[in-house]
Design a protein around this ligand. Sequence first.
Ligand SMILES: Cc1cc2nc3c(=O)[nH]c(=O)nc-3n(C[C@H](O)[C@H](O)[C@H](O)COP(=O)(O)O)c2cc1C
Length: 185
Amino acid sequence: MEKNRKIVGLCGSLRKGSFNAMLLKVAGSLIPKDIEFEIVGFDDLPVYNEDHDIPNVEERPASVVKFRDALATADAFIIASPEYNYSIPGGLKNVIDWASRGKDSPLMHKPVAIMGATQGMWGTVRMQHAFSPVFTFLNMNPVLQPEVLIAQAQNKFDSDGNLNDEKTISIIQKKIDNLISACKV
Ligand SMILES: Cc1cc2nc3c(=O)[nH]c(=O)nc-3n(C[C@H](O)[C@H](O)[C@H](O)COP(=O)(O)O)c2cc1C
């Protein structure tokens, strides 16, 4: 039987009212209905400690095991994130590190679409650039085009999380289409 495809979303901001959480939901709504979409949270993971990772995998915290298992179900990823201090938010980088080790890393070789929203003027371009060497080291397949860079997000999303910008929605749709085309299954 053919396996249903699945995309997992990760949000780099944990705050209530996050524009990136809104962006991730908009992206999810643009995925065809025959493809499953799940946003996987990670606010219960500890700070990375190699003493509790390979080769001591039996010492991985339960929250890490659960997180890796959830990511393993994905054929592809969408990451929506702000930039913090011109780079990847520490919480997001931390869980990428937890998911990165071992031949069974749930990230390796998979397509990933990165996007971001900021209240500033640069639309997370520096965070997206900072992900480039991470994707290279993990042998991931970043779907680079089109770039989804939402500046001044406070003027584009309404209080219900709707994105009121048709041009941006069409760019996100194209990014999703390209991500799905990059899926091998
Ligand atoms: C710790 C921290 C660092 C930030 N650094 C940047 C930055 O480097 N560039 C930028 O455009 N905005 C920066 N911001 C502002 C965020 O873009 C803005 O708060 C955004 O709304 C956060 O995303 P969210 O709405 O998904 O939580 C920073 C915010 C925080 C809390």
